[in-house]
Structure formats: C-alpha cells, structure tokens
Design a protein around this ligand. Structure first.
Ligand code: AMO
Length: 434
C-alpha cells in the first residue's frame, strides 16, 4: 500500500481510498481492463471487471491517454496478482489534465532514448523512477554535505554571483553588461571565501552555482555547475585541508549507503566506501603513469580528461577509487595557491574519483606582498583585485580550502557516463533550454 499511503491520497474509511497520479498504462482485455497509476512513490493497479463497473466509468477510464493526471476513488481489495498486494476497484474518477498523444518520450518504454532527446523533454524523462532516483540521491548528498560541514564547525555562506573580476582564468569568463559597466558571472566563490578568512568567520562553506564559459563539449564540463566550496583558517599545511575534505567525503558516502538505500535500490547501485586514508600520488607519478600508458604530457600541463582517466585506470587496478594528486607545479595552479619556496611546486592538491578530478584546493598565499607577486607572475593586474587584496593588508591568518563539483561527485558516485545525467537542466555550449 506504499503508493496509496505515502502519496497523501486520502483514505475514506471502509477500504475506500482516493489515488492521485499519472496514468502510466492501460490494458483492455475485453472482459476486464487494467490501469496503472503512478505517483512519486510507486504504482497502483486499478482493476475494472467490465460486468461489475459502471459502463461509462469503464469506457472513460480505459480510453484515457497515457500520462493523463487523474484521481480515482474506489475500493481497495487484496490481490496476489500485483506487486503491492492490493488493487483498486474504481467507483469514480476526476480527470485533472488529459495528456496529448503521441508522447514526446515514453515513460515505460524499454528502448533508451538518446540523452539529447531526453534532456529536451526533461519533464517527461524525470517521470521515470530511475531518473528521479538520481535527483533524490543528489538531494541527499547535498543534505549530507551540509550536515558534515556543520558538524565540523563550518558556517554556510552565500557569495555574489555577479562579480567584477574572475578568479579562475580569463578564458572561461562570461561577461555581462552591468548598467553600462563590464561584470562577470562568478566562476567560483574563491575571492570571497578567502576574504572571509580575515574576519573571524574562519570556517565557511558554500554550495552554489558557478559559471564557466567552457568552449568544448565534454562529458564532464558544463557551463553552469554547482560548486561545494570550503575554506578554513589557522591551517599549518595543505594536508589539514585534505584531511577535512576526506573526512567530509567519507561521511557523505557512509551515510548515503544507509540513508539512500531506497533510491540506490531503484538504480541497482551499491555504494562502495573507499578505505581511508585516501592514497597520495604526486603529479610527477601521474605523468609517468600516463606516459607508460601511451600519453606523454609535458611537465606543467594539466593532466586533462585522458590523463586523469589513465591515472584512474592505474589506481582502479590497485583497488583505489578516490585518491589525492599532490605536488603540482606552481605554474599549473592559480595565483592564490601558495608556492613551495625554493622549488617550482605548489601547496595544492586535486581529489580524483574513478579517473576524474572532482575537487581541487590547497593552502593559499596569505602574505600580502607575496600574493601581489603571484598575481603579477600570472600576468594579471593587481589593480583588478584591489578589493580582494585589501583583506590581506590588515591581518590575514594562514588558510586553505577546496572547491568540489557536486554534479561530478554525484555522477561518479552513481557511475553515470556524463555529468549532465546528474543535472536537472544542464547548460553547455549548445544547450540553453529547457
Ligand atoms: P577548479 O577550477 O578546479 O577549482 O574547480 C573545482 C571543481 O569544480 C568542478 N568544475 C566543474 N564541473 C563541471 N563543469 C565545469 N565546467 C567545471 N569546472 C570545474 C570540478 C573541479 O574539480 N577555486 C578553486 C577551488 C579552490 O581552490 O578552492 C576552483 O574553482 O569538480
């Protein structure tokens, strides 16, 4: 009776109930006809023996187009023919909304439609329980992240998404007209979360949108993603940040395994919680792995989709899903990352999950004059960062943090082939609707 009980459908006593939902299917076998009603929680069978039902009711219900929205009132009967163990013998019904035909996308069709067709008709696609389960799980992941962060003393914050300067490189900036001035969509909360470190609000996190003008269509880049950012002051080294992120990711996976059981079962997924501590690989070791697997990458360059995948394959062979990549050359990292003095390395890290970067972070340069030098070294103008730099002039504690793509995290937890599968209405170079 889950569907009947949980859907808020009204019981009227004496076994008479009202069920509201979508007409998933109708089958008319002549003497008897069946209708399946679906709601968020499952399906209920409406059984109509022709001889026992009002002929007009029988006709009208049997003729309803699939996916119409109705309420059926009737008597609940036990049944060993249905998975719920009950069926409903209808007495009356209300048609709230008749569905057009043909449907743009089948809900119970066995043949899988192309992702593009599905995304074009996302409202329909999400009527499939397995599509909805992804977003029930995503919702839980976000809740679990918030719980874990609160437990570690982080305050939730919201930073501006209309900004005057980019933090993550000019190539992916979206510019907008802001009352005649040039402004940008925020690529990350980087500058703001760091500024807060000078205030005493020294452990903060944000789960919010980030925008990047990504010029290529890959299965892991979108132009609008949800970033889970953390920033913490009074650290000694980037390892303190890595320990925090590991603690949070582990907690999320452990809890998800338990609290997400119902939705994971719809997808036939089991969460394998990786052993801690997560192994460390140096950037140089990653270059070696890629090279021995046929992909030479120049020192200082990004590992890229293919490089990350090859490293992921090598780690999977050793039984590791989640691992840190450390000791990146400073030239491969943004200006706000601290350099390892006397070397060409930086105090930064990436966290990769099944062959894909899901997070990057590190210790920040908190010393004003060193930070200005780094901005200049990257060919940027400190003037463009004046309001950010002000926060470093009057007492800034050592600090560090990370940014994690929530969409990528969910896609990797569920082994989805494309990050878009974990986004309700994805945005990319070619997609602006729905
Ligand atoms: P970075 O640029 O590495 O670091 O981004 C952090 C994480 O955000 C996700 N991500 C994306 N997801 C989907 N589509 C995209 N186009 C996209 N771009 C990034 C990835 C990535 O690991 N400010 C730093 C973080 C920090 O140091 O605190 C930053 O933004 O999962």
């Amino acid at each position: 009776m889950t569907a009947i009980r949980d859907s808020g459908n009204i019981g009227r006593g004496d076994g008479i109930v009202m069920v509201k939902g979508w007409v998933q299917d109708t089958r008319n076998l002549g003497g008897i006809s069946f209708l399946t009603i679906r709601d968020r929680h499952g399906t209920v069978q409406i059984t109509m023996p022709k001889k026992k039902i009002d002929p007009i009711l029988f006709e009208s219900l049997t003729k309803l187009p699939r996916e119409s929205v109705i309420a059926v009132t009737g008597e609940v009967k036990e049944s060993d023919q249905t998975s719920l163990g009950v069926e409903l013998i209808p007495q009356s019904f209300v048609l709230y909304s008749e569905a057009g035909a043909p449907l743009p996308l089948g809900v119970i069709d066995k043949v899988n439609a192309e992702m593009d067709t599905r995304l074009n008709n996302r409202f329909m696609d999400l009527r499939k329980p397995e599509m909805r389960a992804v977003f029930e799980i995503r919702s839980l992941v976000i809740q679990l992240i918030s719980e874990a962060m609160a437990e570690n003393g982080f305050a939730t914050i919201h930073t501006p998404k209309i900004v005057a300067s980019g933090a993550e490189g000019g190539a992916t900036l979206f510019s907008i007209d802001y009352f005649g001035r040039r402004a940008y969509l925020a690529q990350s909360p980087q500058l703001y979360k760091q500024m807060l470190m000078s205030t005493g609000l020294d452990r903060v996190f944000e789960i919010g949108p980030a925008f990047r003008a990504e010029h290529s269509n890959t299965n892991r880049h979108v132009t609008e993603f949800i970033s889970f950012d953390g920033e913490m002051a009074w650290i000694e080294k980037e390892e303190d940040v890595m320990a925090m992120i590991e603690n949070v990711v582990d907690r999320v996976l452990v809890q998800l395994k338990e609290r997400g059981k119902k939705h994971l079962a719809v997808l036939g997924k089991e969460i394998v919680v990786p052993k801690r501590p997560y192994p460390l690989l140096t950037y140089t070791e990653c270059l070696d792995i890629a090279a021995t697997r046929g992909l030479p990458i120049k020192n200082g360059e990004d590992l890229g989709t293919e490089g990350e995948k090859l490293v992921g394959d090598a780690m999977a062979e050793k039984g590791y899903d989640l691992y840190f990549i450390i000791e990146y050359p400073e030239e491969a990292k943004p200006f706000y990352i601290m350099e390892k003095e006397g070397t060409d390395l930086s105090f930064s890290f990436d966290l990769d999950y099944k062959g894909q970067e899901i997070s990057s972070g590190g210790q920040r340069e908190h010393r004003y004059s060193e930070l200005v030098k780094r901005i200049e070294k990257k060919g940027l103008d400190p003037e463009d960062f004046a309001s950010y730099l002000d926060a470093f002039k009057y007492g800034m504690p050592p600090h560090g943090g990370w940014g994690m793509g929530v969409d990528r995290l969910v896609a990797k937890i569920l082994d989805l082939p494309n990050v878009r599968e974990a986004i309700l209405f994805p945005r990319d170079m070619s997609r602006l609707t729905p």
